[in-house]
Design a protein around this ligand. Structure first.
Ligand code: PLP
Length: 439
């Protein structure tokens, strides 16, 4: 019996009681290696002493002060640190409580930006198919995770979607990655022309796709071409790094590896590492200046934005990442993970693709490696893999495929940045056992 309205009502959940390092323990005394950081959240693992100490210290002085009355030192310090390390041209940070709120905020910032600069006719947002930007209505509308979206379709604002960067399934035979990227960028340009360039507000994309397709990276040159197309028409580029950002791919921001700077960037999961709910929008100075020279009021706000305890958690997490040079470990252990996945799954009949970057990697499960045919979603393979992994003391983040063969089931692996090579070996071994037991 439970009074909690759980995510799924189809099964019971173990009761998590403690966590330390990369391990979570439940009330039955079982332990689980957190090889997905929950959903790519727990970048420092669990119970990191420095983060707990910083949070205790903040609690001793002030947990919360409403942002319509006050700012706090801790919010100011975290914003300064984020701006110092932000992509070129980004000057301000708007704090939220998570990823979906950050997306809603970015969409509204983008719309009001054009109102401020005298282009109120702009009203279209273009997103990509197979993307996920969150579960609130605006985020669902710009995203395109069919399963999460379909029953809410009547409530969603009108949006437009172009192809994802899903080379495993969509790159044509003989097409180079560069040509594939150019083809996708041209598709975006055509969609902008179709809608009318001066009616488009923004293009939004996950720099590395996460929850819907599993660690899909862009072909070389794609994001640079997208940036140029947006600039050509004065359209804002919103990069969603809620999942792939804050170090997960080996650089603080995934877009650093693409050589582009967005106008708005959403971050969340790795910002606070799960120690407190926190997200943010990093804002380009060009956008900020429009508000500062204009109405001086962003018509928005949430009760918990800039929450002092959440900012203290985020600040402590970010300090530890820098002090302990953890991004170097993400790169080194990411390379080890790539090797171990290739060894274990490279010839597996039911693993069609191994992809990703840093400690953000995935395997795509298919019925037949040769044809890329997907398993019947009714088999709920992803749920079985998750259960088999849990039974082996492993947390991974699987997601379902589609009946129409648009994508297969995939399993996302996103362990904390503190893993060592031995941890990675154990994770891959347990995962391989869980996959084989599920098929
Ligand atoms: N954007 C991306 C890329 C995500 O992966 C997620 C969550 O998985 C979100 C937005 C929504 O974040 P939240 O679940 O914190 O609302």
């Amino acid at each position: 019996m439970t009074a909690v309205f759980h995510r799924s009502l189809a099964h019971d959940y173990p009761v998590a009681v403690s966590g330390e390092g990369i391990v979570i323990r439940d009330s039955q005394g079982r332990s689980y290696i957190d090889a997905s950081g929950g959903a790519a959240v727990s970048c420092l693992g669990h119970s990191h002493p420095d983060v707990l100490a910083a949070m205790h210290a903040q609690l001793d002085s002030l947990a919360y002060a409403h942002t319509s009355f006050f700012t706090t030192e801790v919010a100011e310090e975290l914003a300064e640190m984020l701006v110092a390390d932000a992509p070129a041209g980004m000057s301000h940070v708007y704090f939220l409580s998570g990823g979906s709120e950050a997306i809603e905020t970015a969409l509204k910032l983008a719309r009001q930006y054009f109102v401020e600069i005298g282009q109120p006719q702009r009203r279209h947002i273009i997103g990509r198919r197979q993307s996920y930007h969150g579960n609130t209505l605006g985020a669902l509308a710009v995203g395109h995770n069919a399963g999460r979206r379909v029953q809410y379709a009547p409530l969603l604002i009108e949006t437009h979607h172009v192809s994802p960067t899903y080379g495993y399934r969509h790159r044509a035979a003989g097409e180079t990655p560069e040509a594939y990227g150019a083809r996708l960028a041209a598709e975006l340009a055509e969609e902008i022309e179709r809608l009318g360039p001066d009616s488009v507000i923004a293009f939004i994309a996950e720099t590395v796709g996460g929850a819907t397709c599993g660690a899909i990276t862009a072909p070389p040159g794609y994001f640079r071409a997208v940036r140029e197309i947006c600039d050509q028409h004065g359209i804002l580029l919103i990069l969603d790094e809620v999942m792939c950002g804050m170090g997960r791919t080996g650089t603080l921001h995934a877009c650093e590896q693409e050589g582009v700077a967005p106008d708005l960037m959403t971050i969340a999961k790795g910002l606070g590492g799960g120690f407190a709910p926190i997200g943010a929008v990093l804002v380009a100075d060009k956008v900020f200046q429009a508000f500062d020279r204009g109405s001086k009021l962003f018509q928005h706000g949430h009760t918990y934005l800039g929450h002092a305890l959440a900012c203290a958690a985020g600040l402590a997490v970010q300090k530890v990442i820098r002090r302990d040079n953890l991004l170097a470990n993400v790169r080194a252990q990411g390379a080890h993970l790539t090797r171990r996945l290739a060894e274990r799954f490279g010839n597996h009949h039911h693993v069609g693709d191994i992809r990703g970057r840093g400690l953000f990697q995935a395997i795509e499960i298919v019925a037949d490696r040769g044809t890329k045919e997907t398993f019947d979603p009714a088999l709920k393979l992803h749920a079985r893999i998750k259960a088999e992994a849990m039974a082996r003391g492993l947390m991974v983040y699987p997601s379902g495929g589609t009946a129409d063969g648009i994508r297969g089931d995939h399993v996302l692996i996103a362990p904390p940045f503190i893993v060592d090579a031995g941890d990675i070996d154990t994770i891959v071994e347990r995962l391989a056992e869980a996959v084989d037991a599920s098929l």
